[in-house]
Design a binder for this molecule. Structure first.
Ligand SMILES: *Cc1c(COP(=O)(O)O)cnc(C)c1O
Length: 388
């Protein structure tokens, strides 16, 4: 069928013309503040390894040790014979840490979100999503068959009006920290709204877990919200924890329901046990080494203060995600390319990931960065920003 080739080719040509074509980098080193690409070292400001744990020696050692015991592959899905001791221990530790009765591991955050939304929702229900929610949440809402409604970013009054006009069981879904903007959802207000209207609130805390909250418990901890306020909490292990996979935490009923019904849980091979074992050590480091969060908070302030003095277009973010708004996709790409020539790796985020006209440099900071590295970032940004 020539039509499929034609369609694929048409999209590729269009993306190239509009400066929206994506290309992958091939790393030759571990994740960290310094990474190697094509034999050259770069200062890395585009990873989500917020606490610097992805290549931590204790996390790596736990992985190696568990691989020696359990092998590399889990061999089967969780419901057949792929569920092992490291999975169980990690689930128990995550439930305890998040203050929820139970937690359930998924192979990825993308799968967890689709699994939860398609399990909870059915035709006749209402799902309300923030416009800037992560793609996996939007996709899950669309796949679920529920009436899908988006509300203006962080606009609780607009959401309340929409909820008043609709009837049927309602689920409100937000990111805790928005992945491309770095700002946070007004979780306390959203929780009050949902409790008052007998709706459930689901929070995807991929970028808040491990970073926000007095103990790194994430956006819900920062807002002081328990399982009665946020019945569905989801977070990923591939960001602050530096490993891979994701979990959903909530009531006994929610977790048993997901085990029995979530197709993304049932029909997929379990995460390698060694990843679970490594994640458990990451979680221990996250809890024991508060200095990581404190150091990161210091770097975020240092970057924002410096960028403000340089009049760079900061966005209202207090998180490790510090985008600089560029607008035009071609200019964002050119800035990213110029910084890369100078040894700095920063992603240019363009449509369709962000709305048209809001292309940006997405700078991410990590506890593994030094203040000097942040200063170098600011110098290079100042040097390049004014250039056409
Ligand atoms: C990264 C991310 C996901 C997907 O998680 P993976 O484990 O990478 O599949 C889901 N939601 C948000 C907000 C994310 O940033």
């Amino acid at each position: 069928m020539a039509i499929f080739s034609q369609r694929l080719g048409g999209v590729l040509d269009q993306r190239k013309q509009q400066d929206l074509y994506r290309q992958r980098l091939t790393l030759e080193s571990a994740q960290g503040p310094l990474i190697r690409l094509q034999g050259r070292e770069y200062l890395n400001f585009c990873s989500n390894d917020y606490l610097g744990l992805a290549a931590h020696p204790r996390v790596v050692a736990a992985f190696v040790e568990a691989a020696a015991t359990y092998g590399v592959g889990s061999g089967a899905s969780h419901l057949v014979c792929g569920h092992s001791t490291p999975h169980r221990e990690l689930e128990e530790a995550l439930a305890e840490f998040t203050g929820r009765p139970r937690a359930l591991l998924f192979s990825s955050g993308y799968a967890a979100n689709i699994g939860v939304l398609t399990t909870l929702l059915q035709r006749g229900d209402q799902v309300f999503e923030d416009r800037l929610n992560h793609a996996s949440l939007l996709d899950g809402g669309l796949y679920s068959g529920a009436r899908f409604r988006r509300f203006a970013h962080n606009d609780v009054s607009a959401l309340a009006l929409q909820m008043d006009k609709a009837d049927g069981p309602a689920l409100v879904v937000v990111d805790g920290v928005f992945s491309m903007d770095g700002d946070t959802a007004p979780l306390a207000e959203l929780a009050t709204l949902c409790v008052g209207r007998d709706a459930w609130l689901m929070v995807d805390d991929a970028h808040g877990f491990g970073v926000m909250g007095p103990n790194g418990g994430g956006s819900t901890e920062a807002a002081g919200l328990g399982v009665e306020d946020v019945p569905v909490l989801m977070a990923t292990l591939g960001k602050a924890l530096g490993t891979a996979g994701a979990f959903v935490a909530g009531s006994e009923l929610l977790i048993e329901g997901l085990i029995q019904q979530a197709r993304n849980y049932i029909y997929t091979t379990a995460l390698p046990p060694a990843v679970a074992a490594a994640s458990l050590v990451s979680l221990t480091l996250l809890r024991e080494e508060a200095w990581r969060r404190e150091h990161l908070a210091g770097l975020i302030n240092r970057f924002r203060d410096g960028a403000q003095q340089l009049a760079l277009p900061l966005m209202p973010s207090r998180s490790a995600i510090q985008p600089l708004l560029v607008g035009d996709a071609a200019r964002a790409l050119a800035l990213s390319a110029r910084l890369r020539e100078q040894g700095l790796l920063i992603g240019a985020i363009r449509p369709p990931t962000v709305p048209a006209g809001t292309s940006r440099l997405r700078i991410t900071l990590s506890a593994a960065h030094t203040p000097q590295q942040v200063d170098r970032l600011l110098e290079q940004l100042a040097h390049n920003w004014g250039q056409p």
